[in-house]
Design a binder for this molecule. Sequence first.
Ligand code: ATP
Length: 202
Amino acid sequence: MLRIGLTGGIGSGKSTVAQMFIDRGIPVIDADQVAREVVEPGQPALRRLAEAFGEDILNEDGSLKRSELARRAFVDRSHTEILNAITHPAIEDTVGERFAAFAEADTPAVIYDMPLLVDKNLHLEMGMVIVVDVELETRVKRLTESRGLDGDDARRRIASQVDDATRLAAADLVIDNNRSLEDLIPQVEKAVEEINRRVAAA
Ligand code: ATP
């Protein structure tokens, strides 16, 4: 099974591109979605978070009060490390299970949509890496328009991630998302052809 990492900086259009792959029959494991699932009520990671950060991070119905967790976990580096030490292994285990289930079902190729793929060196575990690339100012503009972030916040978030040159250096294939959504379609179709070629050659 070909494991394909799909990544890009915040606001680069990963989710948009991932949906185009799904529409063309290539399944996607969404790291952000898995990150939400592992802190759902009843999940061991949620219990451990409550033990580490206090029961006040839970709503009355037992669900996670994200704003409260963020307030407590992002005060300094050591608290953020505690958060990551609880959530990251849970996410990795779940993603591993998803890959295993796809392999079991003889799925030829699976995409892992992961914002921090290169930041966390996970690209080394992939058979192919696709990077969605967009100029900084375009990303800031899209993030402010679609997410309601202010420009400074968008720039700060972008700066906290691995730089574009490092991410691009890990790419087998780059999708340029500087132009319209329509402009993505032929690029995604070419990427699907390349995936099929690699699957057939394996
Ligand atoms: P995040 O890193 O926050 O998960 P992302 O990389 O998944 O973001 P998207 O959510 O796909 O990015 O895109 C960010 C925003 O930019 C969305 O509102 C999306 O509709 C918009 N967008 C993506 N590509 C284009 C494009 N080519 N033209 C205009 N808007 C776009």
